[in-house]
Structure formats: C-alpha cells, structure tokens
Design a protein around this ligand. Structure first.
Ligand code: SF4
Ligand code: SF4
Length: 358
C-alpha cells in the first residue's frame, strides 16, 4: 500500500489572471487566492492552481446492505462498501458527523502537508471492495462532490470490474459536476431537506431549494437511478404542507414510482435539544404521499440520514488499513496557517464550531 498521500488538481476549476481560482464542483463556486481553502475546506489554491486535499483520504468505511443508504429499487439484496472523506459544502445544524463533514483537524493537517489519515488509492479501494465480497461502492457520509476527483477515478475502475456505484448527495452541486457523473454513477440517493428556502439558507447561506431540485432532476435525465430522502426534523421541516409539497414535486418531476425515503431525526450537535421525530409524523407523511400518488414511500423509525451512521473504524472493515495511520508528508508545503479559513466562514455563517459536539 502507498503511504504518501497526493494532492490532485481540482477537476473543475477556472484559473483567473490575478492568480485566483474558481472551483466549479459545487454551487458555492468558491473564488480563492493562494493559500485559501474553499468552504468545504477540501480544496486549496496553491500558486494559482486549485488542488483537492482529500484525494484518497478515507475517513470512514462500512460494509452493509444497499438498503441502508437508503436505496430500495436498485440491486436489492446486494452489499456495498460505503466510504467517505472529509469536508462538506453544507453545515447542517443537526449533522451527526462533524468530525467528517467539517473535517477541521484532518483537513488542516492535510493543508499543512502532514496527515495521519488513511490514504488509499482507487486501485486499492476497488481491490478491497472485491475482497470484501460487495457488489457496489457507495460514496457517502459527507458530500461526495467535494472529492469528485477521487470518486471519478474509483468509479472508472469499479465499473470496469463489474461493481455498481452509489452517490449519496445533498445535490447542491453544479451541472458540470453532475455531467461528470453520467455513465459513472449508477445511483443517486439525494436529500430533499425542505421546500423552504429558509431551511436551506440556515445550513448554507447560498443554497436555495430550486438549486437542489434542479440537480436531482438533471441526474435523472442523465440516466442515473434516483431515489430521494427527507429527514423530518420536528419544528424545522415537519410542517405537513411542506412535506406534501415534497411528495408532489417528486411525483411531478421524477415520476409517481420514484422512491421517497422518510427518515427519523435523532438529536445531534446544535439540535441536541430536539426530540426524535414522532413515528406518527412519519406515518402520516407516508399516507399523504400515497394519497398524492407516490407508489414507493418508505419510513424508517430506527435511523436518521446516512450521515448519522455509526461508522466503524476503517481497520475493522478492511484489515490492513490500520498501518496507514502514520504521519504522511505532502510533497508540497506552501500553505501554512493562512490556508486555514474555517473561522472566517464560521463568522460569516454566524455559527460556532465544536468539533466534538454531536
Ligand atoms: S467543492 Fe468546496 S471549494 Fe469547490 S465550490 Fe464547493 S465548497 Fe467551494
Ligand atoms: S448532514 Fe450531511 S449534508 Fe449536512 S453537513 Fe452533515 S454531512 Fe454535510
């Protein structure tokens, strides 16, 4: 196994005359100077070129049924190797995976050129999946668009070996990034968190409902099998009219047979004070969706979103990875502390960061 991680040039970037770069992976479209990192923290401008810090850096891995993603209508009964990295383009106030989604410690280390995180090449990951006896690989736990470079390299190898691929996303992504998934990703499981712009702006000041819906619809048009999911949070998105609007949108834009997964909220992070969603709410939402004409509606009383999975240590899933938890050196070392911009974004978002909450 390879011990040194590598930075890879960001796949969708525009280089500006003044040395800044624009990242076009997600709809933040971060415009960055030398040393600056994007909102997700996983891309850094170094001397006028944007690099993905998290290429091959695996924060979590798990082997389990595809139904856990949740996906019910693509290769049911098969197993997937789920992997995730660090960094996310949202800052959900109820996120269960802050160490992964905010990824501050891990991404700071990577930006400084030293990392103790697990690094695994696409070839090693595909070999590990085959050895684990799974039929597919899922990219999940935080937004996969922020390490698209790795996702694409893994997909190309995985599909050549007969493995299917799953992308669990918040869909706040660019059309350009989605186009890169066509022919590479078999399944998209996307959140529709709410039909209210206010909900989205509270977790990502740039996000609006139509951004997300557009992305989901485009993915389906690109031939990707799409299933959607809503984590119902009491007091935040559990208004019956809001949930009915989601079911209507799915019916009218994805089709009445498009699966919708309604999951139960569990307290975490800044939403630790909110009780789990009453099962009655989940059941009533399902009934309303069926009345609206959706035919495949599922409720989950025992789990939240895929982000909330209790991730086992990587070495438990794939023996041999433990040895990668050593300090690896990046071959470049030009960012330093000025590359650490999270606090600036925190202030802009008006939120405080606690990497150990939740
Ligand atoms: S992927 Fe990261 S760096 Fe790129 S636009 Fe999105 S938040 Fe910004
Ligand atoms: S809940 Fe999902 S989309 Fe939201 S911050 Fe966490 S990983 Fe990102």
């Amino acid at each position: 196994m390879q011990n040194n991680y590598q930075l890879v040039e960001t796949r969708l970037q525009e280089k500006c005359d003044d040395g800044r770069t624009v990242c076009n992976l997600c709809l933040w479209r971060c415009r960055l100077r030398h040393g600056q990192r994007g909102f997700c923290q996983a891309h850094v401008n170094r001397n006028g070129t944007l690099y993905n810090l998290s290429y091959g850096i695996v924060s979590s891995a798990e082997v389990g049924p595809i139904e856990d993603k949740p996906i019910r209508h693509f290769r049911p009964g098969t197993k997937v190797l789920s992997v995730g990295s660090y960094g996310c383009n949202f800052r959900c106030t109820g996120c269960h995976n802050l160490e992964i989604s905010w990824g501050v410690d891990a991404l700071d280390e990577l930006a400084r050129g030293e990392s103790r995180a697990a690094f695994i090449t696409p070839q090693e990951l595909v070999r590990a999946a085959i050895a684990a006896g799974v039929q597919g690989i899922a990219f999940t736990y935080s937004e996969p668009a922020v390490w698209l470079e790795y996702v694409i390299d893994v997909c190309d190898l995985a599909r050549a070996k007969g493995l299917y691929t799953v992308y669990v996303s918040n869909s706040f992504v660019t059309d350009e990034a989605l186009m890169q998934l066509a022919g590479r990703i078999d399944v998209l499981c996307s959140d529709i968190k709410s039909m209210e712009n206010e909900f989205y702006r509270n977790i990502c000041r740039k996000a609006e409902v139509h951004n997300v819906l557009h992305g989901i619809e485009l993915a389906q048009k690109l031939g990707i099998h799409v299933e959607t999911r809503t984590n119902v949070i009491p007091g935040l998105n559990d208004d019956a009219a809001n949930l009915v609007r989601i079911s209507h949108w799915i019916r009218d834009h994805l089709g009445p047979d498009s699966p919708w997964h309604i999951t139960r909220f569990y307290p975490a992070y800044q939403l630790s004070h909110i009780e789990p969603t009453p099962l009655k709410t989940l059941n009533e939402t399902r009934q309303q969706a069926l009345i609206a004409g959706l035919t495949r509606v599922y409720t989950y009383g025992d789990k939240g979103c895929d982000c909330a999975t209790e991730n086992a240590p990587i070495e438990q899933i794939l023996p041999g990875w433990k040895q990668l938890h050593v300090v690896n050196k990046c071959s470049q070392d030009c960012c330093g502390d000025e590359g650490v911009l999270l606090k600036k974004y925190e202030r802009a978002m008006g939120v405080a960061f606690d990497s150990h909450a939740g």
